[in-house]
Design a protein around this ligand. Structure first.
Ligand code: D5M
Ligand code: FE
Ligand code: ZN
Length: 475
């Protein structure tokens, strides 16, 4: 029990801290009843930072008596599918979608010098020439048998089966995603067929990210699953109240990005009602509003949907419709956006994608797993597409334009969906998966998914340093 300043001092010294004399002067002015809580909080925070001198500034910041820094907090919504969705019907729609995908990715790959030598598939099929040829198209088949992979690619003129024999090319060949766009260097074999000499992905170039001028922080969240019995309300509320605390990082947060699965939804999986605490969409979204309403008003909140949220299920998804909860749309500091979407936060371009396609990719690609979702997101950047695989679990709408192509290289790529926190840096792009605020569900236990819920991911938009703050474990 801390009774006065000297016992507060002892507490800190015992923990291996020094207190600057100017800091002591501040402690002397604090109400004794508050002293214990404050000194413990300061010690805990400084332990985390591995800094063992408690300064005057530390206390001023904790007590909220330091002047608030002026931090930039401007934003721009650079891409939002909500108003761009133009779905066509049936077979024609899918033809349009795939031609758009092909054309957009061909344009992206045209920066490569090899693309000058590209030939159409129909002109190549009958060639007898033994010269190297370049073709490009969407992968429509991939079979690996022993150390040989057969890849079929389609362009708008035809289809070609190619064979990868080269050992060095096997790993890239066997990890190609169905329906992804690639360029191949091939040669006609003597006895027919085409041998692959190189596989070139659209990929992203080395990227120098845009940075904020001030040390403004963004908080990344996803997969709240509000309405589910397993939503970690206590921990989430603790995190929200931390945003109003004098903690030096909390004081610099100006943006919250919510990457989908805001609610648990209704009828998303069999017998879901047994695991719900709110049984209709509006009730679930009102719970969302009541909780997010506690976020300080100077913080801008961007809300994108996931596969559990109301609206359309197929990608790209429009923003959660206003009719289910006008409050969310009415709040001045809330921005309802679709999935995927791109926003600029102080000039830093953040691509937000819930991550539905991660499931299909993990299931069909050797070397990828649910516990490393950032690695899967790296594959998406290399494919320059957020949901290449068509006709598997992830529903994709037959849009006239393929809005899932990654036209512009982001500075931060934010995903969720798999409920596992993960970070990666790929060619200068910060990839992050923001985990979840839902405890492990019986379904996840049954399929062996071990989530990492209750952790906040924060990024300093000037330095790109990432902090994770654990609200789930008690220490
Ligand atoms: O998805 C949470 C995680 O659980 C995500 O990795 C997908 C996985 N999941 C969810 N439903 C299924 C089914 N039916 N089969 C296989 N894997 C699944 P969430 O979107 O939060 O439900
Ligand atoms: Fe989820
Ligand atoms: Zn999800």
């Amino acid at each position: 029990m801390i009774r006065d300043v000297s016992s507060a001092l002892d507490f800190a010294l015992n923990k291996g801290f020094q207190i600057h004399p100017n800091a002591l002067r501040i402690l002397e002015q604090i109400d004794v009843k508050e002293l214990e809580k404050i000194i413990k909080q300061v010690v805990r925070e400084k332990e985390r930072q591995k800094l063992f001198l408690i300064s005057q500034q530390d206390l001023e910041v904790f007590l909220g008596i330091a002047e608030d820094e002026i931090l930039d907090d401007f934003h721009e919504i650079l891409f939002d599918p909500t108003t761009k969705i133009a779905t066509a019907e049936g077979v024609d729609g899918f033809t349009a979608l795939f031609s758009s995908r092909y054309a957009k990715l061909k344009k992206i790959i045209s920066n490569r010098p090899e693309s000058k030598m590209l030939k159409s598939i129909s002109s190549v099929i009958s060639t007898k020439s033994k010269e190297e040829i370049y073709v490009c198209g969407l992968v429509t088949d991939r079979k690996t048998d022993r150390n040989i992979t057969k890849i079929t690619i389609d362009d708008i003129t035809g289809s070609i089966e190619t064979i990868v024999i080269d050992e060095d090319l096997q790993s890239v060949a066997s990890s190609l995603l169905m329906d992804q766009f690639i360029m191949e260097k091939i040669v006609a074999a003597k006895n027919g067929g085409f041998i692959v000499k190189d596989i070139i992905l659209p990929d992203i170039p080395d990227h120098l990210p845009n940075r904020s001028k001030t040390e403004t922080y963004a908080l990344f969240l996803s997969d709240l699953h509000i309405g589910s019995k397993y939503f970690m309300e206590k921990e989430f509320l603790e995190m929200i109240s931390w945003l109003s605390s004098p903690d030096p990082i909390a004081r610099r947060v100006r943006f919250v990005v919510l990457g989908g699965d805001v609610v648990d939804g209704i009828g998303i999986y069999p017998n879901q009602d047994k695991e719900l605490v709110a049984l209709d969409t509006s009730a679930q979204l009102q719970m969302v509003f009541d909780i997010l309403d506690k976020i300080p008003k100077h913080i801008k909140v961007f809300i994108a949907p996931g596969n559990h949220d109301p609206g359309r299920r197929a990608l790209p998804q429009p923003a959660i419709p206003a009719k289910y909860n006008p409050n969310l749309w009415g709040r001045k500091n809330f921005f309802m956006i679709g999935n995927p979407a791109m926003v600029s936060l102080n000039g830093v371009k953040v691509l937000i994608f819930h991550g539905q396609s991660i499931d299909d990719i993990v299931k069909t690609t050797p070397g990828l797993s649910y516990d490393k979702p950032a690695k899967v997101m790296q594959y998406l950047l290399r494919a320059r597409h957020m949901s290449p695989i068509y006709g598997s679990q992830t529903p994709i709408a037959p849009e006239l334009e393929d809005l899932m192509v990654i036209d512009e290289v982001p500075d931060i790529f934010h995903g969720g969906h798999v409920h596992v926190i993960d970070l990666d840096l790929y060619r200068g792009v910060l990839i992050l998966n923001s985990g979840a605020w839902q405890a492990q569900t019986p379904f996840q236990t049954s399929v062996g998914i071990t989530p990492t819920p209750g952790m906040a991911v924060l990024v300093n938009l000037k330095t790109f340093k990432v902090y994770t703050k654990d609200f789930a474990s008690k220490n």
